[in-house]
Structures are given as C-alpha cells and as structure tokens.
Ligand binder design. Sequence first.
Ligand code: PLP
Length: 407
Amino acid sequence: MKFDPATRIQTLKQFGEFGGVNPSITDSSTFTFLEANTMEDTFHGEAEGCFLYSRHWNPSNKYLCDALSAMEGTESAWVTGSGMAAITTAILEICNSGDHIISSMTTYGGTFAFLKNYLPKFNIEVTFVDITDLDAVKQAIKSNTKLVYTESVTNPLLQVSDIPELSRITREHDLQLVVDNTFTPMIISPAQLGADIVVYSMTKFINGKNDCVAGAICASNDFINAMIDVNNGTAMLLGPVLDPLRSSSILKNLHTLHIRMKQHSSNALFLARKFKGLGLKVKYPGLDEHPEHELLKRQMNQGYGYGGLIAIDLDSAEIANTFMEKMELEDVGYLAVSLGYFKTLFSCSGKSTSSEVPEEFQQKMGLSEGLVRFSVGLDNDIEYSFERIKKCLNEMNLIDEEKLQQI
Ligand code: PLP
C-alpha cells in the first residue's frame, strides 16, 4: 500500500484513561513510583512505559510524538518549544566542536543566523551551497563534515530539494541528512525519501492556528534516545521540551491537517495561475515553469497539492510595502510574518523573515528586496480574494491594461 500520511494518523487509536475520545492531558512535571528500584531503572532508560520527569518524556507529549512519527514513518519523534529549538537541538546533537556542516543557502532566516553567526562559537563551520546544485553539495564535503541541512521547499525562494539524491550522497559519505519540512507537511515525507532527521516548526501548518510556537524532531529511536540521554543528550541537557498542555491542543489540530493542506494548496495554485496571467514574476512550485516542478511531482504524496506558499517579486521594497498595506486594508489577509494560518499572511521576506541574511547572500541566492511571500489561507471564495488583490495591483499600476482585460 502506498504511503499516505493522513491515513496513518487516521488509523491511530489514542484515547483517554476514562475512555475520552481525546487522550487525557498529563499536567505533571514529575511522576511517582511505588518502588525505588523502578525509579533508578527509569533514569537509566531501562524501565519500559515509565515516566520520570517531563523535560524527558510526558504522556501528552508522547501521544503527539506517536502521531507525528506515524505521519512521517519514523520510529520516533520528540516535541520542542519552537521550530528553532527543534533545529538547534538536532544539529547540536549531531555536531561536536571542529565539525563541518553543508547547508542550503536559502533557509529560514533564523536557521541561517544560527548556522552562520552562532555555531562559530562552538568552532563548527558551515558551507552554504545552492542546494539544487548537487555537484556543489558533493564538492563541499570535507573529512570533518557531519551533516547536510536543507528545507524540502526553501524559505522564501521555494526551491525544491532533491531529497533522494541528497540522501544518496549523504549515505555514501556517512553523513546525516537533516530536512526541515515546515512548508510541506503531508505533501512531502522526507524520511520516506531518505532523510535521516525531519524537523518542523509546528507553529506553522501543523498547528495552523497561530496560537503558539512549537517544533518537532522526527527520527530513529536511537537518535531520539541519544537526544534525551540524562548524561549527554542535547534535549535533556538544554531543556527545549514542549509544554504538555500545548501538545494536547496541537494533537487535535493535527487531525485536520490533511484537509487544510489540500485547501491551502488549491487556493495557492489558483492565485499563482492568476498572478502568472497578470504577467507578475511569480514563484510557485505547482506551476509548470517552476525549475523544480517535475522534481516536486516525483517526490510528493498524491492528493495534497503543491503547498500554500507563493512568492511574487515586485522589484523594490517600497512597492512591496505599499502593496501589502493595501492588501491588508482590502481584507485580503494580514501583513504578518509566519505561515500556515487560516487567513492569508504576507510579508516582504528580505526585510523580515530573511533579514538575518546579509545583503551579499541575499543577492547570491537571488532574493530580491521586493519579494512578497504569501502564505495563502483557507479562503472559501478564493476568486473574491483574487479580485481584492487585483484591485490593489491595479491601483498601483502594477499590471498592464491588456492583461487586466484578459484575466
Ligand atoms: N523553519 C522554517 C522553514 C520557518 O519558516 C521557521 C519560522 O518561520 C522556523 C523553522 C522557525 O520556527 P519557530 O518560529 O517555530 O521557532
């Protein structure tokens, strides 16, 4: 049977201790034992099914982790207080001082800043490459390289990573492939394509409500157990764990993720086609002319579309800003960072979520200062939303008369 993330979640049986259809919330930081010996065994990871302390494991976190590992097809998962906590914990678990990382040049700005500005403190060196250039990835490998880091679909340029090929390269050189799948949950299943570790900002599509920040690491049992080892584990010792109350609310939202992804994707495809029709410079991996359109088609699970993110290049930050302010007034959505919300969100990436990336790098990766990133919402009437956007473009003379008549 083909791998389908939504069906894997649907067939989970998770219920509360009194038969509640939602698992009970374990609102406890510590756990009691009837026998002192069992506590000692739990400390050493030798007591199956026992909980010790919630920085390590908590039953509510475990329910969410079981659902996430089912969705990804990984042996295990662990949830964190933010996407950045997931990313930094996974990287610091793999790398020691003196190691080397190869990373996609286009990543979320916070990730870029961590790799470029923060890791040198630990004498960890990072080489940034164009992740679509597999020769560049191979050439960057050194004797001390430990991992290759990328995003399935990159933020904000929407390049698509070739996960099977990257995995072939990393396996050949005994490296770990870490993939941030924040933009494409359910659409892409990186672990099924050969990624060793999948990280998420659950703040975005997975939770979908913008009411919290959260993250996840999906990986093998060995990796997760090493991360929470009481003596050496990065997660256990840095303490980035997610609060169990949040885990329980995210788990309920996870059960509607498949429906939301389909709607985000179909709305985004509609808008991307219309933007193209208006002659705008549009990036959307669902359009035939996107350089990695075929690659995405080969990697994606069927039925969830091409994702909810679109970028359009309006050349200057000034034009982009005026356009976004107009769209907010016209009720298209909100001028806000973040993504995966039920309303459409838009921001000028170079001046916001990628502002940590120095201008020299922005130019190298082709990030224009006028790039507006849309996280397309769950709008019931996307044609109406398009009419509002068209009105804003028209008022700013950003589309020519002829194109306006045709569309
Ligand atoms: N990864 C990606 C692709 C992101 O877009 C973001 C935030 O925008 C993050 C990670 C960081 O997530 P969080 O804000 O939950 O720490």
